[in-house]
Design a protein around this ligand. Structure first.
Ligand SMILES: Nc1ncnc2c1ncn2[C@@H]1O[C@H](COP(=O)(O)OP(=O)(O)OP(=O)(O)O)[C@@H](O)[C@H]1O
Ligand SMILES: [Zn+2]
Length: 893
């Protein structure tokens, strides 16, 4: 077996690791606490679970993580295997939801099945694996420190010798169990034999014969007494029959006498009833005669041929039909009369309405004519006014005739003049101003001259050129005054003209207004004339309407008269039919009376007949009764003869005797039967005892046979027990010898020291070391380092014994050594290297060693370097890192 690869996720200090393992020697190194041991534990955990490691499931999951996963790939006997475990922690509790082992024959699921399969495959359970292949840290000395008994158990288990001891124990248990059963069966056999003897001593068959003779005598007696009792019973029955017959006849006689009396009474009663019925029939006949007479009288009143009820009924039916016809005619006539009346009334109403409408049409016509007259009057007046207005307008227009202005241009003329006036006025003002200026200049000049100064420049007059200008100034004033005069005259002329133009403007508007009034009045007059014509035409139409309505009214009146006549006729017919109907009713009543009389007569005759019939029936009944009475009398005399006194007396005596005998024989028989039952019981008991004896003999024979079989079984189990014991001793002896040889070989190899000669291993695996001088030494007396080497030798020897000893060579698991160098000095480490090498030489496929030691690292085929990150506390593995200088000095763990 060989580990191929291990992959970890959250296993203890490993977050993630994936390591490939090769054949040969692999050394795992790293500083304390880096996770070396954990890596080995992971492989072991994958195979056998946490309990085999003395750990809990919770402990193997990285602190703070929920999920851990471990996968191990390994080969075994040339086949590939893959094992996967997943551990889950939930609220502090860990479980293994997945555990799968994939094998070439399919996969196995579940912790228990997987572990069982692994143990079977490797032929080792967890404990055996630890004892043989996995030398755990601190357990180097386990095999040596164990007591010889424990050591014997460990090694026996490894060599599967434990099984033989187990089988021997089982055989022993079986032997003891057989012994127990055998003892108890022997006791049973003794008891049975004793009982058989005891029964045989009693003389059971002779006792049985004597009892049977006595029993048959008693049975004979019983038979005899039972026969006698039977004959007594018969006598008693016959006597009882005779007495019963007598009683019966007596009772019948009484009954017959009673029935005779009864019949006689009934006959008398029936006769009376018959008389009554006959007189009743007579009475009914008389009544019928009376009714028939009445019918005869009524028949004369009506014309019915036959005094027969059916004919009368037929006649009545006819009359009823006739009457119904009359009634419906009466109804029709009434309806017709009222219809004609109603029609007459409505015609009259219609006529009145038409007349009224004619009158109102005529009134309307008159009103319209009157309106037309009034309008015509107004029209004439308005025409006069129109002419007046036209004349006035013409007169006003005439004002334009003397002017150059045409009608319609007055407005424009006025505006022209207004503009002209404004211009003249402006000119006038300017002239006035110039005049005022000229005048004031003359004034100033005069004043200056008075003071002697020049009027022009204000300087002294002397020498001044300007003094002559005063006259000029005065001329200018005169000039301006003349201009002003002419301008003023011009302005007044213009003003006059403007006044006249304004007048013309107002005349123009008056004329226009008058002419428009003339126009509208003209239109109005035309309208009026039209209206007058319309009214007159309408009045004519109304008058025509009135004439038509009158004609219609006349027609309606005639129709009303006609309807009244018809109504009167209908009423007369109605009276006639009513009279007819009452005559019919009287006849029907007579017929009804006739019918009643005929019915009553018939009923009376029927009743008479029924009474007569019933009387007849009663007569017949009495005839029958009289016959029965004769029969009964005959039976009575016969019964009186049969009731005989002597025979009855005889029967009574016999009955008494039989009853006496029966009273005594009962108890006698009871006694005899009791005696018989007791005897039968005794015979049965003897027979049972004989049967019991036979059963006992059979049982005794069976138990004897069983005891014999048990004895042979006991001998066999004894043989088996000693066979297993012998076998184990023999096998152990052989193994011990071989183990001793291998141990000496290995020890020689690793500890070539002059002081020790050899090691001896006793049959109970007691170890003794012999010194060169022949002295014996207990291994515990060896030094720590020597002990470690000695132990490793022993381990390796056991490993080799197993590897070689099991036929078919079950492939052995890798040899795993966790810190084997702890107690060794550097020299001995060299020997350990030798040991490892030698193991490889003898064919151990894979050796995994955890160590700090430089020399061991040097001997490795492969190296795994484990480091732990001090900040995250997570470990990682690197493969094939050759330098181990960082491994530090060997520590003391
Ligand atoms: N469940 C866990 N989660 C996280 N870390 C853990 C867990 N269990 C153990 N450890 C840590 O794993 C580390 C590795 O321990 P291990 O015994 O494998 O170390 P080592 O390399 O064999 O050391 P030494 O050389 O001292 O024997 C320890 O420091 C321990 O605290
Ligand atoms: Zn360690």
């Amino acid at each position: 077996m060989k580990f191929e690869r291990v992959r970890l996720s959250n296993f203890k200090c490993f977050a993630d690791a994936d390591v490939t393992l090769d054949r040969g020697v692999t050394v795992i190194h790293g500083v304390n606490g880096s996770g070396k041991s954990s890596l080995l534990e992971a492989c072991f955990f994958a195979l056998y679970g946490a309990s085999a490691l003395d750990r809990t499931l919770e402990e193997i999951v990285t602190i703070g993580a929920d999920d851990a996963e471990i996968e191990l790939w390994f080969t075994h006997a040339g086949e590939d295997y893959h094992l996967r475990r997943r551990v889950r922690v939930s609220s502090g509790r860990a479980s293994t939801p997945d555990c799968v082992l994939e094998t070439p024959d399919g996969s196995i699921d579940g912790v228990q099945d997987v572990e069982a399969t692994v143990a079977e495959l490797l032929r080792m359970d967890a404990e055996a694996f630890v004892n043989c292949a996995y030398v755990r840290q601190g357990e180097v000395n386990k095999l040596i420190d164990a007591s010889p008994g424990d050591r014997q158990d460990m090694i026996d288990d490894l060599l599967q010798l434990g099984k033989l001891e187990e089988y021997r124990g089982r055989a022993g248990d079986a032997r003891l169990a057989v012994e127990d059963v055998l003892d108890s069966q022997r006791a049973v056999l003794e008891e049975k034999e004793r009982k058989v003897e005891e029964r045989e001593d009693r003389d059971l068959h002779a006792r049985k014969n004597a009892l049977e003779t006595e029993l048959s005598e008693v049975e004979d007696d019983i038979e005899r007494f039972e026969e006698n009792r039977e004959s007594a019973r018969r006598t008693k029955e016959s006597a009882e029959d005779t007495l019963d017959a007598y009683e019966e006849k007596r009772a019948e006689l009484d009954d017959v006498e009673e029935r005779i009396t009864d019949l006689r009474e009934k006959i008398a009663a029936t006769e009376r009833e018959r008389d009554d019925l006959e007189s009743e029939a007579r009475e009914h006949r008389e009544t019928a005669d009376e009714h028939e007479e009445t019918a005869e009288t009524l028949l004369a009143e009506v014309d019915v041929e036959d005094a027969d009820a059916d004919a009368v009924a037929a006649q009545r039916e006819e009359l009823r039909a006739e009457r119904e016809a009359l009634q419906s005619a009466v109804q029709e006539l009434g309806q017709s009369a009222s219809e004609h009346g109603t029609r007459a009334e409505s015609r009259e109403e219609e006529a009145a309405a038409l007349e009224e409408r004619a009158a109102s049409a005529r009134e309307e016509a008159d009103a319209l004519a009157e309106e037309a007259d009034e309008l015509e009057q107004e029209l004439a007046e308005d025409r006069e006014r129109l002419e007046e207005l036209e004349a006035e307008a013409a007169a006003k227009r005439a004002a334009f005739d003397d002017t150059p202005v045409a009608f319609g241009e007055a407005g424009a003329r006025r505006d022209e003049l207004k503009a002209e006036l404004a211009g003249v006025r402006e000119r006038e003002t300017a002239v006035r101003e110039e005049l005022a200026t000229a005048r004031s200049r003359v004034e100033e000049a005069k004043e200056l001259l008075d003071e002697g100064k020049c009027p022009e420049c204000g300087q002294d007059v002397e020498g001044s050129p300007h003094v002559t200008d005063l006259a000029e100034y005065e001329a200018t004033v005169a000039e301006h005054e003349a201009t002003l005069e002419s301008v003023t005259a011009e302005r007044e002329t213009v003003e006059e003209r403007l006044e006249r133009a304004e007048e013309l403007v107002s005349v123009e508007s008056e004329v226009r207004e008058l002419e428009s009034r003339v126009d509208s009045l003209g239109e109005l007059l035309d309208d009026r004339a039209e209206t007058v014509d319309e009214k007159r035409a309408e009045a004519e139409a109304r008058r025509e309407d009135a004439a038509e309505l009158d004609a219609e009214a006349e027609e309606a009146r005639e129709a009303a008269v006609d309807a009244r006549e018809h109504a009167e006729e209908a009423r007369e017919d109605l009276a006639a039919k009513n009279a007819e109907a009452s005559a019919l009713k009287a006849r029907m009543e007579t017929l009804a009376d006739l019918g009643d009389a005929l019915d009553a007569a018939e009923r009376a005759r029927e009743q008479a007949e029924r009474a007569a019939e019933r009387a007849e029936t009663l007569a017949e009944q009495n005839e029958e009764r009289r016959d029965t009475l004769a029969d009964l009398r005959e039976r009575k005399s016969k019964l009186e003869a049969e009731v005989d006194g002597d025979a009855v007396e005889n029967a009574r005596e016999n009955l008494q005797k039989a009853e006496d005998y029966l009273e005594k024989v009962g108890p006698k028989l009871d006694d005899l039967r009791e005696e018989r039952d007791a005897l039968r019981g005794q015979v049965g008991a003897v027979e049972n005892a004989i049967e019991d004896l036979e059963d006992l003999r059979e049982e005794r024979d069976e138990v004897a046979e069983r005891v014999e079989r048990l004895e042979s079984l006991h001998a066999e189990s004894q043989d088996l027990e000693s066979m297993y014991g012998d076998l184990r001793a023999e096998l152990r002896q052989r193994n011990v010898q071989k183990l001793e040889r291998l141990l000496n070989e290995t020890f020689d190899l690793v500890y070539r020291n002059d002081s020790y000669d050899r090691i001896a291993l006793s049959g109970t695996y007691e170890l003794t070391v012999y010194q060169k001088d022949g002295e014996e030494l207990n291994p515990e007396q060896l030094s720590g380092g020597e002990r470690a080497l000695f132990n490793l030798s022993l381990r390796c020897a056991v490993y080799r014994l197993l590897a070689e000893g099991i036929e078919g060579a079950a492939p052995m698991p890798p040899l795993i050594l966790d810190e084997p160098t702890v107690f060794l000095d550097s020299g001995h480490v060299g020997q350990l290297v030798e040991l490892v090498e030698s193991m490889r030489r003898v064919g151990v496929e894979q050796i995994v060693v955890v160590s700090h030691d430089q020399e061991l690292v040097g001997a490795a085929d492969d190296l795994l370097h484990v480091t732990k990150d001090s900040t995250t506390n997570r470990s990682t593995v690197e493969e094939g890192v050759g330098s181990v200088l960082d491994a530090g000095p060997a520590d003391d763990d």
